[in-house]
Design a protein around this ligand. Structure first.
Ligand code: NAD
Length: 512
């Protein structure tokens, strides 16, 4: 393990050199295959881990199930207190955790620290929520009856996360799951297990302060797709929350559905933005650039399709090309960098292949080449690409997880709306306009068919207060704020009869 990683992890409370699995508070060496964790910054190996075996994963799930029996009876505000203190740990270690996120994912420091901030924010939200798990009281049709609902803990939740948000997505799930009374079994991406190990360690520090909360409420299993499949198949996990590509989600959904479990899917996006003639072009350039090249185009909410009114398209493309040509690309730990590396060679190959396909479909490509000067050796650095292309080019249907922005032109808003919605995915969307009617149309029933619908901001950078997720092949799941917590609980409808009579619902007579 590289020295600076070792000291970074120690600073985050990781005592033993990390191995594959953490059950109920103590590290156990994984006995499975070895896993080299490399930094996208320079391709260097950060750590060699061993992955959890299926027996160890089984044990982690068993420990979570055991912890649930006690945890579900702790008052929700008490569980909220746990989350409050965990948020305190995150605040205290925000900078180091951000550093680790940058090392493992290659995202720039500002975005990495922002990701940790997102964890802090969801903890704050969850603490408040722990006193607001409201059930409704309904008017009963029967005299002397009370009809009401209660929300109860569901059970251990399996969380499978993707590499690009290695900790925030887990926190969205875990902070809410814990206040709802559910232990969490987390399988992070095999590309980013170190941030997961650090978070688990911080959490365990907090759990140790409680004598009424079992340490088994947080389980971490380091493994690859096989471990994810095992979580999906295990009936002791009534809910599996899976974030990643559409093929992964499809596989998880089928497995979980087969055992009639609940899945919460957060899958790929292919996010579009309509830019109308009245849009503020200065604001447009800034919001488009952040959405399209932030995290080097590796956000689920990355802007991938720009649908611009023909009257402003030339002007906007010129402005964007100018900004793209001067983007600071390079070492993500350098505060002046805005675009870090791609995660790995596979991402690079996917980007090259998509650009080739776009050219063969009549697209004109600006940028998109490799950057080799003034960047760390060993990492894969690319110039974000702008591609002018026809709206019906087949390449626009697919999410390529790299900084490629397709630009198409429209004549009327109905046509733009059709182009916008005509993709299999439905995560995030935006319209830039100063015309209130256009903005309302975009937000209304016949407008954007996505889960996230923005006006005069880009497609990425959501706040935790809203429910996050998307429709169609994005999977339909909702995480984070609003009432997303309901997925993590079971609803019990209570009818209490205090009348001394036995009137039946719907006026049915059943005299015996
Ligand atoms: P990925 O699908 O390759 O991997 C995601 C996770 O799934 C990893 O932990 C992986 O080990 C696991 N996995 C892979 N195959 C599995 C299987 N058959 N069964 C169970 N688990 C399996 O995705 P990635 O490359 O890490 O992330 C990029 C993708 O994630 C993009 O498509 C992006 O849009 C999507 N994403 C979506 C959201 C969202 O909220 N909608 C957020 C982040 C990323």
């Amino acid at each position: 393990m590289a020295n600076n990683i070792e000291s970074l992890l120690k600073g985050l409370g990781v005592q033993n050199p990390p191995h594959g699995v953490s059950c109920g508070g103590t590290w156990q060496p994984g006995a499975g295959e070895s896993l080299a964790v490399c930094s996208p910054i320079d391709g260097k190996c950060l750590a060699e881990l061993t992955m959890a075996t299926s027996e160890q994963t089984d044990q982690a799930i068993a420990s979570a199930a055991e912890a649930f029996v006690h945890f579900r009876t702790r008052p929700a505000p008490r569980r909220g207190e746990l989350v409050r203190r965990f948020g305190g740990q995150l605040r205290a270690h925000q900078a180091e955790l951000g550093q680790l996120v940058t090392l493992e994912t290659g995202k720039i420091t500002a975005e990495a620290v922002g990701e940790v901030q997102e964890m802090i924010d969801i903890c704050d939200f969850a603490v408040g929520l722990s006193r607001q798990l409201y059930g409704k009281t309904m008017a009963s049709e029967r005299a002397g009856h009370r009809l009401a609902e209660q929300w109860h803990p569901l059970g251990p939740v399996g969380v499978i996360s993707a590499f690009n948000f290695p900790v925030a997505v887990w926190a969205w799930n875990a902070a809410i799951a814990w206040v709802c009374g559910d232990p969490v079994v987390w399988k992070p991406s095999e590309k980013t297990p170190l941030t997961a190990i650090a978070c688990q360690s911080l959490l365990q520090t907090v759990v140790a302060e409680f004598d009424d909360i079992p340490p088994g409420i947080s389980q971490l299993v380091v493994g690859g797709a096989e471990t994810g499949k095992q979580l999906a198949a295990d009936h002791r996990l009534p809910l599996v929350s899976a974030t990643g590509s559409v093929p992964m989600g499809r596989a998880v959904a089928v497995t979980v559905a087969q055992r009639l479990g609940r899945s919460l899917l957060e899958l790929g996006g292919n996010n579009g933005m309509i830019v109308c003639p009245s849009a503020d072009l200065e604001l447009a350039v800034r919001s488009i650039t952040f959405s399209a090249v932030g995290t080097c185009g590796q956000r689920c909410t990355t802007l991938r399709r720009l649908i611009v009114h023909k009257s402003i398209a030339d002007d906007l493309v010129q402005r964007l090309r100018k900004v793209y040509e001067s983007l600071p690309i390079g070492d993500p730990t350098d505060p002046s960098t805005l675009v870090g590396p791609l995660v790995d060679a596979r991402a690079d190959a996917a980007m090259e292949a998509a650009l080739e396909e776009a050219r063969s479909q009549g697209g004109t490509v600006y940028g998109g080449g490799r950057v080799t000067e003034a960047v760390p050796i060993g990492g894969i650095y690319v110039q974000p690409a702008l591609v002018e292309i026809a709206a019906d080019a087949p390449i626009l249907q697919q999410e390529t997880f790299a900084p490629i922005l397709y630009v198409t032109r429209y004549e009327d808003l109905d046509g733009a709306m059709r182009v916008h919605n005509d993709v299999p995915q439905g995560l995030s969307s935006a319209i830039l306009t100063r015309d209130a009617a256009e903005a309302e149309y975009f937000c209304a029933a016949a407008g954007s068919d996505c889960g996230i619908v923005n006006v005069n901001i880009g497609t990425s950078g959501a706040e935790i207060g809203g429910a996050f997720g998307g429709e169609k092949e994005t999977g339909g799941g909702r995480e984070s704020g609003s009432d997303a917590w309901k997925t993590y609980m079971r609803r019990a409808t209570n009818t209490v009869n205090y009348s001394g009579e036995l009137p039946l619902a719907q006026g049915i007579r059943f005299d015996v």
